[in-house]
Design a protein around this ligand. Sequence first.
Ligand code: SF4
Length: 463
Amino acid sequence: MNPVMAVIPSKELVREMDVAAPRYTSYPTIPVWSTADSCGSFAEVLRGHSADTPLTLYFHVPFCPSICHYCGCNTSKLECDAQTAEYAQALQQEIRLVRSFLPERHRVTQIHWGGGTPSTLKNEEFTDILNLLHESFDVAEDAELAIETNPMTCTDAKLRFLLDTGFNRFSIGVQDFDPEVQRLIGRNQTFARTAEFCDAIRKHGVRSLNFDLVYGLPAQNLEKAGETMSRVVELGPDRIAVYSFAFLPNLRDNQRNIDTSLIPGTDMKFDLYLLTIARLQEAGFEMIGMDHYAKPEDELAVAWREKRLRRNFMGYTTKAETDVIALGATSISDVSGYYCQNIKDNAPYFNSVHAGRLPVQREITLDRDDTIRRRVIMNLLCNGIAVKQDINSQFGISFDDYFALELPRLEPLIEKGLVVHDARAVEATETGRFFLRNIALHFDNYFDGRKGPNTGATFSRTV
Ligand code: SF4
């Protein structure tokens, strides 16, 4: 199958379009959510949840054997075995709690383990949690069982356990294979071990292997990035996510270990980005949504072409109609027009679940305007198009009237050849696909405080 090629932008265009903007894993974005006074709203949402809508379950495990200097995740260094035992107990308690509010047994079609490093849990801790899940839910036979892994800390025995347990999607954080870059970001991940790890996964017949790459890391240059791309292509993952390094040392203590003088300047960062996407296209990967690339035969690429891709906090998915219930500290649920985030720190999270309280810390119930805009923004980010008739019939509105203020704001993007706006749709062009966040931004009613308070939140750059 031949990939559908996007048209790679010029460096000048990249420079122009590089602004701070939300990533829209949710809409409205987290900074505008409220602090939850109680867990009452989430309990109500769960009580009213229809079993017709299957569930995705996300488990967050906030431990790593050591902390990488560049990391932006909610995680901490694992100090002793007792920590994962305590955490696994809390996860089980949270499963029981969630189940007690649901009116009936619900079908689960996707289970995703992220972190942190989920493989820090011991085998018996995984087994106990998965057994409880099967007791509490109808887990589909073909359910996706996905996990984020680090080949350097996930032993062969642990990998064999995960494969034998039925994990069928693996995501590997690669970031960069260059030893100097790795040293500067506090990682040590050899190509040989990563290759061996991928080989074992493939030999087991796993359907999906994803790599995460990061550009803009200290000491990265075009030569090193080119070498990393050759090695990545050699390992043949099905999907690749490419992220820009977000350097936020005021928010992330661990990032203060980074030598700022070695972080590539903006110009080099753009070059690294352009090299990465060009090499991915040359290797036959198709760009899907934003930041993600997949082999043309991968189901995400097929869903992109068929305009039925969806997005949630774990990334892109073909599971269009699931609600997400997230378990573990800091994890984020997305259920029936309601979002909530769990308590971030482990100790209060434990206290809450053991006291029989859903551990909700922040939340928002979408109003009608949020729901309409979320649909438009997600359609743009997932499929590069918002078809007016689809929105009109779903919400009983006239798209052109409803977005009478927003549509003229697209004019500069139209002039740059990034957007086509006609009677049928707002659609990203083949170059506009690289700037979906810039397009979606215009439909965000909270950005710049247009609706609700201006939170002054810091967003990452679009490039
Ligand atoms: S392994 Fe991943 S989650 Fe853990 S510290 Fe490193 S980047 Fe963060």
